[in-house]
Each structure stands twice: as C-alpha cells, then as structure tokens.
Ligand binder design. Structure first.
Ligand SMILES: *Cc1c(COP(=O)(O)O)cnc(C)c1O
Length: 235
C-alpha cells in the first residue's frame, strides 16, 4: 500500500505547500521552524543538509547537548517551550530566539544573562489567546507593557508574537484564534518598527495559520514523523 518511495521528502513537500499558500495581504512569505523536540542530533543534521536552518526546542536541558553537538553547522535555535526563570541564563546563552516570553521577570533575566558578544536575543511574546487550561502565555491585554519592557532592553530584540491556540477540532474556532493574534500583531507592529514575526500554526493547521497571517509556522510531526509517546516518570 505504501508508495512513500515516490513521495517527495516531507521537507520539500512542506516547503512547497508553504510557498504555494496565499499569505494574508501585507505579510511576507512564511518561514518554516522545524520542531526537533524528542529528535536526536542526527535527525536535525539530516534536515540541515537539505537546507533547513531554523530549529525549535521545548526544553532547555534537552536542547543544550544538541546545540553543542551541531554548533559547527551554524543553525538558528528557537526556544518554544515554557521557560522557568531558573533556566533563563542557559536559554539566553544557547538560543538565538526565545518565543515563550510571557512575564516581566523573564525579560529581566534573559537580558541580564545574554552574553554581549552574542548580540541581542530575538524575543517573541507568547500570548494565551484562547486556551484557558494552559498556564503559558500572557493575556492579550498584557502584550503592550511586556513589549515595552522588552524593547527597553538593549540585550533583547523584540520581533513579535507567538501563540499555541487550543487544539480545537473545530477549525473555524482555531482560525478565529489565529485571526485575533493577527490583529494583536498588527497593533504591535504599528508601535514597534522591528516587529516582523507572528509565530503560529503547527503540523495540522499551518496552512490555516498562514491564511490568517502567520509569518512563521512551527512544524514537528509532519516533518519528522509521529513523536514517541511521553515517557511516564518512574514512581
Ligand atoms: C511540539 C510543538 C510544535 C510542533 O507540533 P507538531 O504538531 O508536531 O507539528 C509546535 N509548537 C510548539 C510550541 C510545540 O510544543
């Protein structure tokens, strides 16, 4: 039944789907962030030789050895998972982007620990747009103050917004969340000239996200295959 030998590699197929997607008027073509959580350094290197440069990781501890092992490739690393304040120093040293900034304490900690020789750390404000259950992301009304705090830090560079809408099976409701993010992004970009990135959309909904205004989509399983189920912690 499988005809995978004839199918293009997922990276090329996804890149052409992104290239063929019609962006929202006024938005640049979307960039692909390859989400490499749970994947080994070899899997990342295999995509890197095909030309993929930007990779996303959820956990600082899992990412550090991969980043170190692949340093010679000059890849761009994005932290997309919830960041605890006590990991801010390592995150500020190892990553090029942190997409999960959602509180003032993190802004200060990342700025304090960013090594000057590394240049400013690119930062997205994570917004909890509709997921009541999630403890990550600031409220939409908190975005202006948080953005102001980031913009005031020379060690940080405010680039935009990130969101993980609730995985609602009703795509119309997911699209409404993407649309709300897009409006927030437009307001932010009007106030902050360096803002150019709206990170939203994953394997299942990235084309909808682009249609609503995403400039960066974060794709894991559609690129690398299904993730292994989460390990139960030993009792
Ligand atoms: C895991 C993850 C993704 C990728 O999810 P897929 O459904 O595998 O594409 C994107 N963004 C965040 C924040 C994630 O944690």
């Amino acid at each position: 039944m499988s005809t995978s030998a004839a199918a293009p590699p997922p990276l090329q197929a996804i890149l052409s789907a992104i290239a063929n997607a019609k962006p929202r008027p006024g938005r640049p073509a979307a960039r692909l962030l390859a989400v490499s959580k749970t994947r080994g350094a070899e899997a990342v290197a295999a995509l890197a030789v095909q030309g993929q440069r930007a990779f996303g990781e959820n956990y600082v501890q899992e990412a550090l050895p991969k980043i170190a092992a692949l340093r010679a490739l000059g890849l761009e690393w994005h932290l997309i998972g919830h960041l605890q304040s006590n990991k801010a120093r390592e995150a500020a040293q190892a990553f090029d982007w942190v997409q999960s900034v959602d509180r003032p304490k993190l802004v200060e900690a990342l700025a304090r620990h960013r090594p000057p020789e590394a240049g400013p750390l690119n930062v997205l404000v994570q917004v909890n747009i509709d997921d009541e259950a999630s403890k990550s992301g600031c409220r939409p009304q908190d975005v202006p103050a948080l953005a102001q705090a980031i913009a005031a830090q020379p060690a940080l560079r405010l680039r935009g917004l990130m969101a993980i809408p609730a995985p609602d099976p009703d795509m119309a409701r997911r699209r409404a969340a993407f649309r709300a993010m897009s409006a927030l992004f437009d307001t932010l970009a009007a106030r902050h000239p360096g803002v150019d990135t709206l990170s939203m959309g994953m394997s299942e909904d990235y084309l909808d996200a682009i249609a609503e205004g995403a400039t960066m989509v974060r794709i894991g399983s559609a690129l690398f295959g299904p993730r292994p189920p989460k390990q139960e912690k030993p009792a």
